[in-house]
Ligand binder design. Sequence first.
Ligand code: HXC
Length: 259
Amino acid sequence: MSYEFILVYREVAPYVAMIQLNRPKELNALNLQLMGEIRDALLDLDADDSIRAIVITGNDRAFAAGADIKQMAGKTAIDMLKIDQFTTWDTIRKTKKPLIAAVSGFALGGGCELVMHCDMIVASETAQFGQPEINIGVMPGAGGTQRLTKAVGKALAMEMVLTGRFISAEEAKAAGLINKVVPVELYLEEAVKMASACANKSPIAIQLAKESVLKSFDSHLQEGLYFERKNFYLLFATEDQKEGMAAFVEKRAADFKGK
Ligand code: HXC
């Protein structure tokens, strides 16, 4: 398969594959095609018996700076509903093999949510995690309000979602969002090591164990995701969403009116 916005490496270690997001100029902003490519690559790798664990990474500057604001800016609530992008995200979440995120630089908005779709997370010391959607007149839509809250607790999740503050890799580690923080030269290597540690176990035991941990983590998640999605779509009916996203594109401060 050939892709435009990702690179797929089939054997970075025995039984370990790697997907690299590859829109560096846009800080790996997640447009719909890129998300579709991640989904397709994961479906392909999940079906391949020669692969037992998968690393997902970006580059040193950015894992991903969020959903592509330029692509979303002009959309209405009905457009967003019809695009139905979250089916793609749900498929990504259903990957049976362990997913290890190797994060450096920005992991923001949909980027942070994609990280939270992974099972384990290794970060470089320069990684920053955040849900800054509030700055552009919207809110997280790919599970951020649900998974972040479960991972770090209500106080920090509220602060990140309502103020847009980024947290450092160290703070993310202390809060329980990620597994490990290492120097920037080592994050990829450490993530591959973590993937290899899963890859030498029984693939069937790994699959059922992953599914079981997610069962505990995801109890009541579907209801929460449904609620989040409706509210995310609803915000595309506001003038503030248009203003917030236009302000980002035009590189100026947003002037929100509450309309
Ligand atoms: C589209 C983006 C982008 C994004 C960065 N770029 N983030 N384009 N969508 N999310 C583009 C910039 O427009 C710019 O392109 C180039 O990448 C480099 O970014 P700069 O802003 O010049 O870099 P810097 O000054 O270092 O600032 C980095 C940054 C900032 C702090 C990460 O780019 C930023 O605030 N980005 C948006 C973060 C965000 O709000 N994310 C949430 C998105 S909403 P040009 O062509 O101008 O040089 C979301 C909802 C998810 O994720 C819902 C479910 C899918």
